[in-house]
Design a protein around this ligand. Structure first.
Ligand SMILES: [Zn+2]
Length: 478
C-alpha cells in the first residue's frame, strides 16, 4: 500500500461487490493477474489459507486420512468412463495437447481428481484388508467456464483439498460422508466464525456422478448464499466404471463404496464478506495470521524506553501471533489505519505516558472499543478479548442469518422474499424440472439444501403444488 493511497472508498452496505474487491485488494490478500480468469494469492492471503490447511491437516491425522499427490493431467479416456461425471464436467474442462510421439488423445487439466485417483485405486485395492482407504490431496484445480475473476470467489484456477475414500460397506460410507461434512461445519463455525445451514442437495444440484451430495451453506450480508464445502456419497458407480473391487472376508469379489469431499480457497472470500466492515477486513482471532499488533508510539527522547517496554509486552504474549510495528517512516495514525484495513483483531498501543502509568491501550477491531490495561494484566486481557471477538463475530453473523429466514408455502411470498434477498424455507418436491422453472422465474434462485434435521411433512410443493415430503432452503448464490 502506498502512503498516499486512501482506504476503502465505498460502504459495504451500499455496494457490496465493489467494497469486496477493494477489501481483498487493499487488505493485500490477493491481486489480479494478466491471465484472464486467474488471480494471485498474496502472502497475507496465503497465510490465512495456510492456517486453514494447518488446522485441517491436524484433523485429517486424527481421522486417519493420509495426504498424497496425483498428477495435474488426466487422460481424455478417463472422462469417458463415468458417463454422468463426464457430462457434468464437459463444459468446464481445459484441454492440452499431448506432444508425445504417437499420442492420440488430449490431456485434461484436472477439474477434480476422481478419475485419475480411482484408476490408481483399482490397482491398489485387492482385499478387504486394504480398506478403508482414506486419501486427501491439496492441489490446484482448473475450471475454464469462469471468464471474469472475483478474487477468491470465482476464478478459473483455485486451490482446494479433495478427500477420496473407499469402504467395504454402504453404512460405513454413509457414516463417513457425514463425518467429513461435520468436520467442515466445526471448522467453519468454530474457527472461521461463519454460521452455516447444512443439508442434502437436490438431484439437480448434486455432484455429477454421485448418489447424493451433502453441503454446508453460508449466507452473506448481501443476501446471497455461498457454498463452503461439499461431501458426496459416490455410491458404487465410479468403482464399477474404474474396475475397483476387493476380495471380502467371505473370499468373494465385492464392489466397494466411495465418497469424496472438498473445500476451496473460497473460504477466504467468505471470511472477508461475512465479517468485514467499511474500514476493511475483520478477521476472527482463531484464523488471523496476526492476532495482535503492537504499535509503539515513538518520540526521539523516549524511543529506547518505549521499544524496551514493547519487547516486554511481546514476550508476555508468547504463544499468540503478535507483530510489532516499529517502522520509523510512518506515523502511528497511518499504522492504525493499515492494520485496521488488514483486520488484525487487537491493536496494542504503547506510548511514553502509558509507560509512566504502567499501562497499555488495547483496541478491538470488531467494535472499536478501547481500554487501558495494566501492563501486568496484558496477557490475561488479550486472552479474554480474543475469545470475546471470536464469539461476537459468530453471534453477530448467526443473528443476521436467522433474521433472514422466511418460512412459507406460498409462491407469491417466495417471489417477494427472493426479491428482498431473504432465505426462503419452503416445502419442495425436489424434482429437477420444477427446480429449473423456479430458477427461471426467480431469475437465479435455487434450492440450497434439504436440512437434515426435519421430519417428513405433508405439504405441497411451493411451486408446482405436487406432494412435497421435505422443506428446502432457497436463495440466490455466489
Ligand atoms: Zn415442485
Amino acid at each position: 500500500m502506498e502512503k498516499d493511497e486512501k482506504g476503502i472508498t465505498v460502504k459495504k452496505e451500499q455496494d457490496m461487490p465493489e467494497w469486496y474487491g477493494q477489501a481483498v485488494f487493499k487488505g493485500q490478500l490477493a491481486d489480479y493477474s494478466p491471465v484472464r480468469g486467474t488471480m494471485i494469492i498474496r502472502p497475507y492471503g496465503y497465510a490465512i489459507w495456510q492456517n486453514i490447511m494447518d488446522y485441517f491437516n491436524g484433523r485429517l491425522k486424527e481421522l486417519k486420512v493420509d495426504n498424497a499427490y496425483f498428477p495435474l493431467f488426466i487422460p481424455e479416456k478417463f472422462f469417458k468412463k463415468e458417463a454422468e461425471h463426464a457430462k457434468g464436467f464437459a463444459p468446464e474442462v481445459a484441454w492440452v495437447e499431448n506432444k508425445d510421439e504417437g499420442a492420440t488423445e488430449r490431456l485434461a487439466i484436472r477439474p477434480t481428481s476422481e478419475t485419475i485417483m480411482y484408476d490408481a485405486y483399482s490397482r491398489w485395492i485387492r482385499s478387504h484388508r486394504d480398506l478403508p482407504l482414506r486419501i486427501n490431496q491439496w492441489c490446484n484445480i482448473v475450471r475454464w467456464e469462469v471468464k471474469d475473476v472475483k478474487l477468491f470467489l470465482r476464478s478459473r484456477e483455485f486451490l482446494w483439498q479433495e478427500g477420496h475414500c473407499v469402504y467395504e460397506t454402504e453404512e460405513e460410507c454413509d457414516k463417513e460422508t457425514m463425518m467429513y461434512l461435520d468436520e467442515y461445519t466445526k471448522m467453519i463455525q468454530d474457527v472461521l466464525a461463519i454460521p452455516l445451514i447444512t443439508g442434502k442437495k437436490s438431484d439437480k444440484e448434486k455432484f455429477a456422478g454421485s448418489k447424493y451430495t451433502t453441503t454446508i451453506e453460508a449466507f452473506m450480508p448481501d443476501g446471497k448464499f455461498l457454498q463452503c464445502g461439499t461431501s458426496h456419497n459416490l455410491g458404487q458407480g465410479f468403482a464399477k466404471a474404474f474396475g475397483i473391487s476387493y476380495i471380502g472376508k467371505d473370499e468373494k469379489k465385492h464392489i466397494p463404496w466411495q465418497n469424496s469431499w472438498g473445500f476451496t480457497t473460497r473460504l477466504v472470500g467468505a471470511l472477508v464478506m461475512q465479517h468485514g466492515d467499511d474500514k476493511g477486513l475483520v478477521l476472527p482471532p482463531k484464523i488471523a495470521p496476526i492476532q495482535a499488533v503492537i504499535v509503539p508510539i515513538l518520540f526521539e527522547k523516549t524511543k529506547e524506553a518505549t521499544l524496551k517496554e514493547t519487547e516486554k509486552i511481546k514476550k508476555a504474549l508468547a504463544g499468540y501471533r503478535v507483530h510489532v510495528d516499529d517502522r520509523d517512516e510512518y506515523s502511528a495514525g497511518w499504522k492504525y489505519h493499515e492494520w485496521e484495513m488488514k483486520g488484525i483483531p487487537l491493536r496494542i498501543e504503547i506510548g511514553p505516558k502509558d509507560i509512566e502509568k504502567k499501562q497499555v491501550v488495547i483496541v478491538r477491531r470488531d467494535t472499536g472499543q478501547k481500554e487501558f490495561v495494566k501492563a501486568d494484566k496484558v496477557k490475561e486481557t488479550v486472552k479474554l478479548l480474543l475469545e470475546e471477538i471470536q464469539n461476537h463475530l459468530f453471534d453477530k453473523a448467526h443473528e443476521f442469518m436467522k433474521r433472514q429466514i422466511v418460512e412459507t408455502d406460498n409462491w407469491d411470498m417466495l417471489m417477494k422474499a427472493i426479491d428482498a434477498r431473504k432465505i426462503v424455507f419452503a416445502p419442495f418436491c425436489g424434482k429437477k424440472d420444477c427446480e429449473d422453472l423456479i430458477k427461471d422465474k426467480t431469475k437465479g434462485a435455487n434450492s440450497r439444501c434439504f436440512p437434515f434435521d426435519q421430519k417428513n411433512v405433508d405439504k405441497n410443493c411451493v411451486h408446482c403444488g405436487k406432494k412435497a415430503s421435505q422443506y428446502a432452503y432457497f436463495g440466490k448464490n455466489y
